[in-house]
Design a protein around this ligand. Structure first.
Ligand code: C5P
Length: 219
């Protein structure tokens, strides 16, 4: 809804946007849009139907017809065509495929309105790559959250190891750099610092320090 306050949090993968956005949304009592999960869901739909990710028309067809539903409980539950896909969202395969389909302008156009619909009272925290630049350019509050590639890779590595998933730090660093490059160099809605955004480098900050800085901006 127009007139509803929006706080956008953009930045590269692994900067802590998800954790910070969810915490800030909870503290403010606002809604939360995890726009990456929309691209991730599309990636899962494409992988499940074994469509060729380079076939833009086929990917668009899936984007247009997929039924997504988000349920915000203790954790975000996502269903794709009535199948719960929450457990598939966080994998590296999904993330990498998401960044491939997200590079198509036609795909982004199809998914634009789905994202705008999240702007509901009393407010919205929107997390992604182009929230402050394309989806909500008139947002009242904008943050760009980043950290060095090494720091982001090492956080991701620790997360995977904690979950008991076998991981390789140098491979994760390479994948993060590759994803940064693809997200920053694409022609449509590239990752960038939106005009008017507060820049936060979280490399040497705790999650709590970042949350405090973001809350201070809004209050
Ligand atoms: O943020 P997350 O890692 O879940 O995003 C997965 C991928 O989806 C990103 O690497 C990016 O290519 C794409 N994405 C995007 N625009 C957004 C959010 C995510 O292009 N607003």
């Amino acid at each position: 809804m127009m007139g509803t306050p929006v706080l956008t949090i953009d930045g590269p993968s692994g900067a802590g946007k998800g954790t910070v956005s969810r915490a800030v949304a909870n503290l403010l009592g606002w809604h939360y849009l995890d726009s990456g999960s929309i691209y991730r869901s599309l990636a899962i739909a494409c992988l499940q139907t074994e469509v060729d990710l380079s076939d833009v028309a086929a990917v668009c067809d899936i984007a247009q017809n997929m039924q997504l539903s988000f349920e915000c409980g203790e954790t975000l539950q996502v269903s794709l065509n009535e199948q719960n896909i929450t457990h598939l969202l966080g994998t590296e395969t999904t993330g990498n495929a998401a960044s491939i389909v997200a590079a198509y302008p036609e795909v982004r156009a199809i998914l634009l309105q789905k994202q705008k619909d999240f702007q509901q009272l009393p407010g919205l925290v929107a997390d992604g790559r182009d929230m402050g630049s394309v989806v909500f350019p008139h947002a009242e509050f904008k943050v760009y959250l980043t950290a060095s590639a090494e720091e982001r890779a090492s956080r991701r590595y620790k997360q995977l190891i904690e979950k008991g998933i076998d991981a390789n730090l140098s491979q994760i660093t390479r994948e993060i750099e590759e994803r940064d490059r693809r997200d920053s160099e694409r022609a449509t809605a590239p990752l960038m610092v939106p005009e008017g955004a507060t820049f936060i480098d979280s490399s040497s900050l705790s999650i709590q320090q970042v949350i405090d800085a973001v809350i201070a901006l809004v209050r």
